[in-house]
Design a protein around this ligand. Sequence first.
Ligand SMILES: Cc1cc2nc3c(=O)[nH]c(=O)nc-3n(C[C@H](O)[C@H](O)[C@H](O)COP(=O)(O)OP(=O)(O)OC[C@H]3O[C@@H](n4cnc5c(N)ncnc54)[C@H](O)[C@@H]3O)c2cc1C
Length: 468
Amino acid sequence: MNAQTVHRELASIVGERHCVADAALLEPYLEEPRGRYRGRSRLLVAPKDAGETARVLSSCNARGVGVVPVGGRTGLCGGTHSKANEILLSLHRQRRVRELGAGSLTAEAGCVLATLQERADEAGCLFPLSLGSEGSCQLGGVLATNAGGIHVLRYGMARQMVLGLEVALPDGRVLSDLKPLAKDNTGYDVKQLFIGSEGTLGVITAATLRLYPRPKAWITALLGVATADQAVSLFRTAQSALGEELNAFELISRGAARLCEEHLEDVPIPGGIDAPWLLCVELAGAGEESLLAERFTEFLESARERGELLDAVCAVSEAQRDAIWRLRHGVPEAMRRSGPALRHDLAVPPERIAEFLDSAREVCRERLPGAEALPFGHVGDGNLHYSVPCPRDIDPDRFSEQGRLLSAELRELAWSMDGSFSAEHGVGVLLKDELERLGDPVKLQVMRALKRVLDPSGIMNPGKVLSS
Ligand SMILES: Cc1cc2nc3c(=O)[nH]c(=O)nc-3n(C[C@H](O)[C@H](O)[C@H](O)COP(=O)(O)OP(=O)(O)OC[C@H]3O[C@@H](n4cnc5c(N)ncnc54)[C@H](O)[C@@H]3O)c2cc1C
């Protein structure tokens, strides 16, 4: 199909102003955060609402034109990578909060995550999804990747926060299921299919999100422990001692924390804690801060008596709290600045974290002598961001060749331990071969069958998640 005809037809739906073909304006949409892929699309289309989105899809469906949905473009698996004959579909004009109720918020897919957190806060509530990319990522992208972040242990992944969804389908229909209901057992929970589908089944245009009570008191602390096993054991003790109020329990290896000191401006390790493993721990409660602090102090004292805790610093001001979270959120950026590295978003059951780390160290030693991994992640859900920087004095070609094999072995290792090779970042282009290699064949058959039903012409985000 002639590109000009496609442009003309889509412009007749969204208006010429909202069809971008200028190379300079398209440029940012062709890049992705880790610079692995460079898109080639020559047209970006920005519909104003669900109806226009559905008409764009229907037109592309009739002509067999591939559609790549784009949100904030912070995804880490090449999910917004485009080919020259595909169009980019941006939701940036759809950023209205349609309704803000006592326990829910209905927002359009182009809203930036941080804006939704602010709107919930203004209404005296909490929208707890929190990621390092929250200033740029958009609701549509967050739901399409079923994002996780630092509060999964208390509130779950993005999908647990969704009450309703609106989706434009490739055939031009709009699935509208935006009821703010926690209970609705009327057949299959179809909305959940689209959450985590990375734009391969339809375009999410709006969602009704669950809001939570805003905590009145916070405690944020940085702890130092000697081993990963102790980190997990401390987590389990914290869970039973502090219950629901445990909000975050994040792990950073000493090496990863030191990268922040070296490569970021003004991100020292709070309290100068020098321990093999650091834990960013946060409690949030509805009661008085002094009561929360009392319980946390008791927990710390008993951990110290049991010999599980090397050091601890509790934030006593907003600035100190920020400093602890700057360290945790700064790790990915510090890694990026420090040079080439192999990155993995793995998960194992929390009780097997230490076992995984021991075996992974052996795999690294054999495959890439001199390589030292710098893991960090989320203890509560066993999600480890396992980065292996390029060792000094290694030839880049050898790093790339051995690195490919090492990455495959690490993913296999996690998989063999009842884990995952992609805990929260998704599959995109990056991991679709791994899904084919390691995924359950029956699950893959079901996924393909669903794809055929919803997107028989294969226009939705072609080449992502499933190989065609
Ligand atoms: C610094 C940094 C920190 C991060 N931290 C975390 C973290 O803690 N936890 C985590 O889970 N992720 C994290 N990420 C990854 C990323 O931010 C998330 O995956 C985020 O949810 C992507 O949102 P986005 O709007 O940028 O989506 P994009 O990157 O634009 O798109 C991601 C995927 O969703 C599809 N898509 C986008 N919009 C729609 C839509 N409306 N309908 C259907 N499909 C759509 C795209 O086609 C693509 O496949 C981080 C990334 C960075 C750069």
